[in-house]
Ligand binder design. Structure first.
Ligand code: IPM
Ligand code: MN
Length: 346
C-alpha cells in the first residue's frame, strides 16, 4: 500500500488532482491518500504557508502529489517560497525531472516537428543556485538601494544532479548523450564548478557522450533542432526557464509534468503549469499534466507496469482524435470527461 500525501493547492489544482487520482484508481495499484489543505486560501485565513511540523509530516509518506500553488490575492513569492520551494528544499528534492515529450496528435508550435523529434528530459538542479535565497537588500526605497541575489553553487549540489543525469541517460538508452547547459562564458565561477563536476563524473560514464551548450543557445536549438537532445542537466534557474520553453514545444502547460525527486527520500510530483485562477471551477482545465504527474509518481514508486498503462492510456486518448486541443476550454470535452476518457483506456 502506497501512502500518498496530496496537496491539491490553489486554483485549478484540486480539479486536476481529482483526475490524476482517477487514473491511479484505474490502475488498481493499492494506495491511500491524506489530503493537506495548504495553499493561498489557507494562507489568507491563517497567515500560515507550511505549518510548523508540516515537512516532518510529509517525510512519512511514500510520495507527494501536488496540484498547484499560487493565488491572485497573495503577493508573489510568499506561497512560492513558503510552500513549494520550502518543500523542495527541506525534503532535499535535489532533482527536478522534466520530460519533454510530444505525444501523437498534440499540436506543437514547431513546424515540421513531430513526436519522433521531441523526446528529451531536462534534469534541473532543484535546491541551489539563485533559488537558494542568499543575498539581501540595503537602503531599500532610496536612490542608494542595493540588492544582491547570490547564485549559491556547491560542487556537491552540481555533482549529485549531474550523476543522476548520467544514470538517467544510461537508463533511457537512446542517444546516450548528455548535455550540460550553463553559461560558462559569463558565470565563470559557478560555471567552473559545473564544468569540473560534469567532466570528472563523466569519466565514470565512458558509454555516455557529453556535450555542452550555453543556455541561450539551448533555447535556440530547442526550437530549431529539438531532435538533438536526449538528456540535459542544468542549474535551478536555467532549468526553470528552459523547461517552460520545453513545455511549449511538447504542447503546452496542459500536458507538461515534473517530479521533484529525492532519490533517497520523499519525492513530489506536479503538473508544471500554475494554478490558472481564471479557469477555476469551470471544468475546462486540461488534466493531462496532472495525470502525467501521477504516471511519473507510479514509476517512481516502482509500479512500472501501472505507469506504462497510464502513459499508454494518455497516448490512446490522444490518438483517438477526440481531444481537440491541449488548451483550457478548447479541448472538446470537460476536465472530468477527459479524466474519464483517459481512465477508460487504463
Ligand atoms: C516551477 C515554478 C516555480 C519555480 C515557482 C512557482 C517558484 O515556476 O516549478 O517551475 O520557479 O521553480
Ligand atoms: Mn517554472
Amino acid at each position: 500500500m502506497h501512502n500518498i500525501a496530496v496537496i491539491p493547492g490553489d486554483g485549478t489544482g484540486p480539479e486536476v488532482i481529482v483526475e490524476a487520482l482517477k487514473a491511479m484508481d484505474a490502475t488498481g495499484v493499492p494506495y491511500q491518500t491524506i489530503e493537506f489543505g495548504w495553499g493561498g486560501e489557507h494562507y489568507l485565513k491563517t497567515g500560515e504557508t507550511l505549518p510548523e511540523g508540516a515537512v516532518d509530516e510529509l517525510r512519512e509518506f511514500d510520495a507527494i502529489l501536488l496540484g498547484a500553488i499560487g493565488h491572485p490575492d497573495v503577493a508573489p513569492g510568499i506561497l512560492e517560497k513558503g510552500i513549494l520551494l520550502s518543500a523542495r528544499f527541506q525534503l532535499d528534492q535535489y532533482i527536478n525531472l522534466r520530460p519533454v515529450k510530444l505525444y501523437p496528435n498534440v499540436e506543437t508550435p514547431l513546424r515540421d516537428k513531430g513526436p519522433e523529434d521531441i523526446d528529451f528530459t531536462v534534469v534541473r538542479e532543484n535546491t541551489e543556485g539563485i533559488y537558494a535565497g542568499m543575498g539581501g537588500i540595503l537602503y531599500e526605497g532610496t536612490l542608494q538601494e542595493v540588492s544582491t541575489q547570490v547564485n549559491q553553487t556547491t560542487f556537491h549540489g552540481a555533482a549529485r544532479a549531474i550523476r543522476y543525469a548520467f544514470e538517467l541517460t544510461r537508463q533511457r538508452n537512446r542517444e546516450k548523450l548528455l548535455h550540460l547547459v550553463f553559461k560558462t562564458n559569463v558565470l565563470t565561477f559557478a560555471g567552473a564548478t559545473w564544468w569540473r563536476a560534469f567532466n570528472e563524473i563523466g569519466e565514470e560514464y565512458p558509454d555516455i557522450k557529453r556535450d555542452y551548450m550555453h543556455v541561450d543557445a539551448a533555447c535556440m536549438w530547442f526550437v530549431k533542432n529539438p531532435e538533438w537532445f536526449d538528456v540535459l542537466v542544468t542549474d535551478n534557474l536555467f532549468g526553470d526557464i528552459i523547461t517552460d520553453l520545453g513545455a511549449m514545444i511538447q504542447g503546452g502547460m496542459g500536458i507538461a509534468a515534473g517530479g521533484n525527486i529525492n532519490p533517497e527520500g520523499v519525492s513530489m510530483f506536479e503538473p508544471i503549469g500554475g494554478s490558472a485562477p481564471k479557469y477555476t471551477g469551470q471544468d475546462v482545465i486540461n488534466p493531462l499534466a496532472a495525470i502525467n504527474a501521477a504516471q511519473m509518481m507510479l514509476s517512481y514508486l516502482g509500479e512500472a507496469d501501472a505507469a506504462d498503462r497510464v502513459e499508454n492510456a494518455v497516448i490512446k486518448a490522444l490518438e483517438s482524435g477526440r481531444i481537440e486541443s491541449m488548451s483550457a476550454g478548447r479541448m472538446g470535452m470537460g476536465t472530468s470527461e477527459m479524466g474519464d476518457f483517459v481512465a477508460g483506456f487504463i
